[in-house]
Design a binder for this molecule. Structure first.
Ligand code: IPM
Ligand code: MN
Length: 357
């Protein structure tokens, strides 16, 4: 018997449950093929569970999650909860509590996929990739601020150590991929965080430690609009940015590359427990119809396999998805693709079974 990984599985609400069920099926077969296994502990937490029990995510549950090799996450969010209770009380609690400071969000141009970016930039090759390294636990997300009824303030707060560790990860990723690294921030306005901290730290680290990485700074607004839309680099590249800007730009990159249904993500703590989640939400309106795409969740599973060190299994699973897409079997990732959720998984499983390695 090979290795057994302890997985905490948190499907969450609505379509989170649907896509995680599919992801787990696929992960199970791929593990069997490569001689390892998953021991799954299911956590019912989410908006629905909170409404029923009054529990968001207790400190003891958080401690339990920390004891796992990885966390498979679906999505949380409920129409009866409008104040960010579950977002803050569950999702962000895990990200912060487990110090998942790297929020990795790759977008790839898959052959056979009718991605909007193809219409804007018809010349981009298949497999063209933009990888966003979003800082995952700091900045505006720390929730530091106040409101006295007249003035509200919300602080973008970063320690040097927090900036240093995310920049280092981004440089190493760009170096390993042999790609350009672009820091997206706002030095013309954010005097302290951007002009005095992130940008100089980025430049210094590049010169001193990673001189082989082609690196440059761009204003995040210029990157978001003019660059992605009018003058995109012809070679795949990596973006590193803060938490809030990264939140915004990754909805754009996912949408450009085929929609939220293809956006995978990893919340990584290289020294602790990491979590893998599709970046789409719980989408109550689409729940129960069997039409949402499980691809973003399955691709998050690929990121998990890589993170667990199961490189071969990760490659095989990604290749299986790529082959299905290449054959045009899943033309897009919307609920109107015409290919039911379970059928999409079925195609991917058939592809996995075709080859043993
Ligand atoms: C995301 C989401 C979350 C975020 C919300 C749900 C807290 O938008 O993962 O991108 O802002 O990080
Ligand atoms: Mn978001």
């Amino acid at each position: 018997m090979g290795k057994v990984y302890n997985l905490a599985v948190v499907p969450g609400d609505f379509i989170g449950k649907e896509v995680v069920e599919e992801e787990m099926k696929v992960l199970k077969i791929i593990a069997e093929q490569f001689g390892f296994a998953f021991k799954v502990t299911l956590y019912p937490h989410g908006g629905e569970y909170y409404i029923k029990t009054g529990e968001l995510l207790s400190d003891s549950t958080l401690a339990e999650l920390r004891g796992h090799d990885a966390i498979v996450f679906g999505a949380v969010g409920h129409p009866e909860l409008q104040k960010g209770e579950v977002e803050k009380g569950i999702l962000l609690k895990i990200r912060f509590g487990l110090d998942q400071y790297i929020n990795l969000r790759p977008s790839k141009l898959y052959a056979g996929v009718d991605a909007p970016i193809r219409k804007i930039h018809p010349g981009l090759p298949d497999d063209y990739e933009i990888t966003v390294v979003r800082e995952g636990v700091g900045g505006l997300y720390k929730g530091i601020g106040s409101y006295d009824g007249v003035v509200a303030r919300q602080e973008m707060n970063y320690t040097n150590a927090e900036v240093e560790r995310i920049l280092r990860y981004a440089y190493e990723l760009a170096r390993d991929k042999g790609q350009e690294l672009i820091l997206g921030f706002k030095s013309n306005v954010l005097e302290y965080v951007s002009a005095q901290q992130w940008q100089p730290m980025f430049e210094k680290m590049g010169k001193k430690i990673y001189p082989e990485v082609l690196a440059k700074y761009a204003h995040i607004d210029a990157l978001n609009g003019p660059m992605l839309i009018n003058s995109i680099p012809q070679e795949s590249f990596v973006i590193v940015t803060g938490n809030m800007f990264g939140d915004v730009i990754t909805d754009l990159t996912a949408s450009l590359f085929g929609g939220m249904g293809v956006g995978a993500s990893a919340c990584i703590n290289p020294y602790g427990t990491s979590m893998f989640e599709p970046i789409h939400g719980s989408s109550p309106k689409d729940y129960g119809k069997g039409t949402v795409s499980p691809v973003a969740a399955i691709l998050s599973g690929v990121l998990m396999l890589k993170n667990l060190g199961e490189e071969k299994a990760a490659k095989k699973l990604e290749l299986s998805v790529v082959n299905v897409l290449k054959q045009g079997k899943i033309p897009d990732f919307t609920i109107n693709s015409g290919v039911p959720t379970k059928q999409q998984t079925q195609y991917i499983m058939e592809e996995i079974k075709k080859r043993t390695q």
